[in-house]
Design a protein around this ligand. Structure first.
Ligand code: SAH
Length: 397
């Protein structure tokens, strides 16, 4: 089965970009089922790639390989898992060895497996199958993961919205082995966190922020901290460990806050240093200002406001609003760690939005540092879309 592209539309594939959009396709030969392998050829007939066919998605095919000899199949897929694990080991991450560690083992396109996410939490794997191609090879991949990681259990959390775009129904449940203990415990940079892989967000924990949490820990000493969108308290626990005098944590999710409290306790922090608030952050920031509160370190790590560029204008307003109101709560000399995990908002645009927010807040600030996802979430040079998480560390003058 074969796909022929329109003239000129081979350019991105020649640059090894792994997506074929529906608009680039001139002709389809044969009738591939969802997830079947198709051969992608340029208008002049030249071979470009092997790809997984996804008839319902705007991303009509996702590339498995750019080499004609690398035909997709069990061998190629097992090899990709092997390479992903080898990369984590080569990074020398402490998390790739520790028994209670948590680590992203497979990060989709960046590991040559478009649409597959695999996170390891202690001896448990949690997988997200987010594309038709991965769905087609689900069993081969699951077997390879068990065999190569030595983890007997895989839990599936394929309940992300993007599955709908692929025409795939949501699916959660045991993929291999038996059910996980809930919540299970992991250790990150020496701190203990409970993770609910069954009911938590995504696969249960935001591993991409691991090293940024450590950075906040280094900065928190003696500071009054506000952690907005705290989820299960990742940055809050880090700040407490770093010697924050107090930490106020805000999230709209009650179960997340419950785990956050439990995490603070498990790490032995005095409850009198913590305040857990179930609220809408947009509201809370305004109320806190009205109450005359102020802080020395504020973390803003909101959910994805802009999944794609189409959502960027609305997202920009939301980012501006929270950054503006957070800056108003920040004492002179205070630090703001502000993040965006929106694929549709570039690092450059995000910085512009934050600059606009600072100007409107009447606050001048310096950029002390920039944040990215931890290195177990690599970015393919030829697939910049993979770089979704960005952040700024600002110091208010
Ligand atoms: N910083 C966290 C991850 C944050 S994820 C960590 O390191 O683990 C984003 C969080 O924002 C989620 O917990 C979600 O419940 C919360 N959230 C989403 N919209 C919100 C809103 N309007 N107000 C408060 N919390 C919100």
């Amino acid at each position: 089965m074969k796909v022929r592209l329109k003239a000129g539309r081979e350019k991105s594939l020649l640059l090894r970009h792994p997506w074929v959009f529906s608009g680039a396709i001139d002709k389809l030969y044969g009738s591939p089922a969802t997830g079947d392998t198709v051969e992608v050829r340029a208008a002049d007939g030249r071979f470009l790639a092997w790809a997984a066919w996804s008839p319902q998605s705007q991303i009509r095919a996702r590339v498995w390989s750019f080499e004609e000899l690398d035909l997709p199949g069990p061998e190629l897929l097992r090899g990709r898992i092997e390479q992903a694990l080898a990369l984590r080991r080569a990074l020398g991450l402490q998390e790739s060895t520790g028994e209670d560690a948590a680590l992203r083992l497979v990060h989709g396109e960046a590991d040559g497996l478009p649409g597959l996410i695999v996170d390891r939490y202690a001896d448990m794997l949690v997988a997200q199958v987010l594309s038709a191609g991965i769905e087609r090879w689900r069993d081969v991949l699951a077997d390879a993961l068990v065999e190569q990681t030595g983890c007997a259990r895989i839990y599936e959390r394929s309940d992300a919205d993007v599955r709908e775009l692929e025409g795939l129904p949501a699916r959660t449940g045991i993929m291999r082995g038996d059910a996980p203990a809930v919540p299970l415990e992991i250790v990150e940079h020496g701190l203990r966190y409970a993770v609910d892989v069954l009911g938590g967000q995504k696969t249960g924990f935001y591993l991409d922020q691991r090293d940024n949490r450590r950075r906040i820990r280094e900065l928190a000493s003696g500071r009054e901290v506000l952690n907005c969108f705290c989820y299960t308290g990742g940055f809050s626990i880090a700040a407490l460990a770093g010697g924050a005098t107090s930490v106020v944590s805000v999230d709209s999710s009650c179960p997340a806050l419950e785990l956050a409290r439990r995490n603070a306790q498990a790490n032995g922090f005095d409850a009198s240093r913590t305040e857990w608030i179930e609220a809408d952050v947009f509201r809370y920031l305004r109320d806190a200002r009205a109450q005359g509160r102020s802080f020395d370190l504020i973390v803003l790590d909101p959910p994805k406001f802009a999944p794609t560029e189409r959502h960027a204008p609305a997202a920009a307003r939301a980012y501006k609003d929270i950054n503006l109101n957070a800056l108003k709560l920040l004492r002179p000399g205070g630090l703001l760690a502000t993040f965006s995990c929106s694929g549709g908002v570039s690092a450059e645009l995000f910085q512009k939005i934050v600059a606009g927010a600072a100007a409107d807040a009447g606050a001048s600030a310096r950029i002390l540092d920039r944040f990215h996802a931890s290195p177990d979430h690599p970015v393919l040079l030829e697939f910049p879309e993979g770089e979704y998480l960005k952040g700024l560390l600002l110091r208010r003058n």
